[in-house]
Design a protein around this ligand. Structure first.
Ligand SMILES: [Zn+2]
Length: 171
């Protein structure tokens, strides 16, 4: 398999290359924030939500103090299994895991803040949940490009892994 550095380079090059392709095919008037969504989602998917989170990898360390939140994922998912290294199930599972983590952190953070300030933490959580849930509906173009970027970040990784494994098997 390619090293983490090679995967990172492929991700950055592909994310940057995807923007002009998107621009050439985007409907006029072009909304640059949609292209930004594609760029950000591809980078985030490849550099932060990489399939190699199923391993004590450079991506895992990249999460810094938050990496421990991925520890259950790393232990539960066998390395290079279909649950992590697949084109649709892998990224879908990590996005769901990430959203659940973000929600739990929000609940914890607002609980701590509520010890110092009086505010409706349940209303805030509801707003955040509604924002995520209605993203597809309210910003369909951004949502589509975000989904494409999340897919692309993983697809490039899986393809690179398969190509290198295939070459290694042959020689
Ligand atoms: Zn991998």
């Amino acid at each position: 398999m390619p090293s983490g550095k090679v995967h990172d380079r492929i991700t950055v090059i592909a994310a940057v290359a995807a923007v002009p392709v998107w621009y050439a095919t985007a409907p006029v008037p072009v909304d640059p924030t949609v292209g930004l969504a594609l760029l950000a989602a591809t980078l985030f998917s490849g550099l932060m939500l990489s399939p190699d989170l199923d391993l004590n990898s450079s991506v895992y360390s990249r999460w810094g103090p938050f990496r421990y939140l991925w520890w259950p994922y790393q232990k539960a998912i066998p390395h290079r299994s279909k649950l992590s290294h697949s084109y649709f199930l892998g990224p879908a599972l990590r996005v769901v895991y990430f959203l659940v983590l973000a929600w739990l952190l929000l609940r914890l953070g607002t609980w701590v803040a509520a010890q110092f300030f009086a505010f409706d933490r349940n209303a805030l959580s509801r707003q955040a949940t509604d924002l995520v849930a209605s993203f597809w509906h309210r910003y369909p173009d951004h949502a589509r490009m975000t989904a494409l970027g999340l897919f692309l970040g993983t697809a490039l990784h899986c393809a690179a892994d398969s190509i290198v494994s295939g070459i290694k098997k042959r020689f």
